[in-house]
Ligand binder design. Sequence first.
Ligand code: GLC
Length: 668
Amino acid sequence: MTSGFSGGAASEGERALPPVTPDVDMLALRAPLAARLAKSDPAGAADFLRRFDRYAPDVLTLLAPLYGERADFAAMLGRIFETALDAYLARPADLRALDRTREAAPTWYQDNAMMGGVCYVDRFAGTLRGVQEKIDYFKELGLNYLHLMPLFRTPDGPSDGGYAVSSYREVNPVLGTMDDLRALAAALRGAGISPVLDFVFNHTARDHDWALKARAGDPEFRAYYFFYEDRAMPDAYERTLREIFPDEHPGAFTYDEELGHWVWATFHTYQWDLNYRNPAVFRQMLEELLFLANVGVEVLRLDAVAFVWKELGTNCENLPQAHAIIRAFNALVRIAAPGMVFKSEAIVHPDDVLRYFGTGAWEGRECEISYNPLLMVELWEALATGYTALLRLSMQKRFAIPANCAWINYVRSHDDIGWGFADEDCAELGIHGFYHRQYLNRFYTGQEPDSFATGYPFQFNPKNQDMRISGSTASLCGLEQALNENDAEKIELALRRILLIYGVAISMGGIPLIYLGDEIGQINDYTYQDDPARADDSRWVHRGPMDWDRALHRSDPGTVEGRLFQGFTRMIGVRKLQPAFGASASTQVLALNNGHLYAYIKAQGASRVLAVCNFSAQTQQVPAAELPGLDPGAAYTELVSGRALPGGDDLVLGPYEFAWIALAGTLT
Ligand code: GLC
């Protein structure tokens, strides 16, 4: 998304929706559900009704401010609960068993054993069956969470990498069938790997069945989207909207020639925003969401959460109604499929990112998991500058989250890198956010003299000079340049950079996520330029196919692939032994005098680990006395490499080197 965000978010008080208390007889809504259960699933009735009694009042409270003024509100709510029951009745026995396991241990995703990977089905293994054949590879790497990028039916031609969904119920035929998907989900679960899929719920493809009906003039489906005959409303909205994909179309609306109407399309012209002011859209999307739950999804990635509610005069992002919708979806999942949790994809101001965990009475009850885009961009910021002040300050201020939640800590995703740190944090350090972003853009596109990166611009907007960066982890870390120059020293530095930033993601606390291919150092792939459906989108440069020939070298530490793969598996192995690396452990980010170092102490019970990371290309040292918990006289062993750290006055770290040190009392 856009890189720069200035100004913190409004306080909870300013954002609260006025409470609405419509006259709804919940017992009258419960009775037909209980009757259906008694008839068709008496054995499952108790679980459903217990959950209904616990969460249905939340659904009422959350949806009342959105739809409560409508005369048909109670009937609408009744249909929503019927939808939840339909899904529950269709839920396979093994997933119901999973529901009970998860209810007994609801914060399973906080475990230090959690380790994630993400890939495109076609690029990684061709088809869903191909992915199933790679389960041993996932196990070898230590994964127990696998995010498969969008895999449902999409339009022919451009589809935003699958984020234009033509049907939530049909797998893209190139990848396989629904049965293949169910089989894969079961096989992953059997191997102890949680399946993760996207729920693209802000928009559908222009050729989704609902959009086709709307285009044919069906009023029921016209009301699913936003159509305008002239520019009056689009102009009024656009006064306060930011542009998301300005390269593709300016503003947030597209003119549909066939219809002769303007249509709301925040992203691409072929991705039409859904209108959640229409409660039928909420109910229908609940049905789609629960359908995915019943396929066996354990973590549902809620795509583009910030955009789902529009309000004239606002930027139509992060509105309280959007939060209410997600919270209501979550409460309904707790009723019908509690084995599944939500992951938020909010690439917005860091204050707003946090709000998707839920706030106030809803703390921890909106999305249990969220991407941590701030850590991601600040790792890249620290690598470029060689200084950790911004990373340190932001993590001191912003790493804490509700007790039952977890960050997804990642380094690269399929998307661009937009410099979404807070201008306020920059200002505290005397950094000018705008110019700093300009510098980082120049650095990562190789325009600074000391740049090691081979990155590419994404969505340059001449109006505000905003730009984001594409490029694979390895290429942005300097591996591509170093390999081209065949320079062994530079290759070594690039490998260290990759392991350094992934090391932070793996040890900071949360679920680390590997963009698969990074573990063998895949560099940029330029073949997308030959494909007209992709050539305009530089993000494809870092979405190249998995190079299985290179992966064959992963056990050979004398190769680039082996150095990385072995480095990853060692870090992951250490992580799995230390409860301190789990999401519920405490985090203390240290204020060291040396500005090139980033250090933190993670602690959970008897497990306490100090991590010290050198973000510069020079050797750095820190007085042991500055490192709390470290006994200057004692010798330590670095947990990942096993190298001895001689006791002495200083801890010394080579270029881009890091040390994880178990503190006294820790079991190793
Ligand atoms: C999310 C996806 C991105 C996509 C957008 C629109 O941000 O990560 O790839 O373009 O949503 O669906």
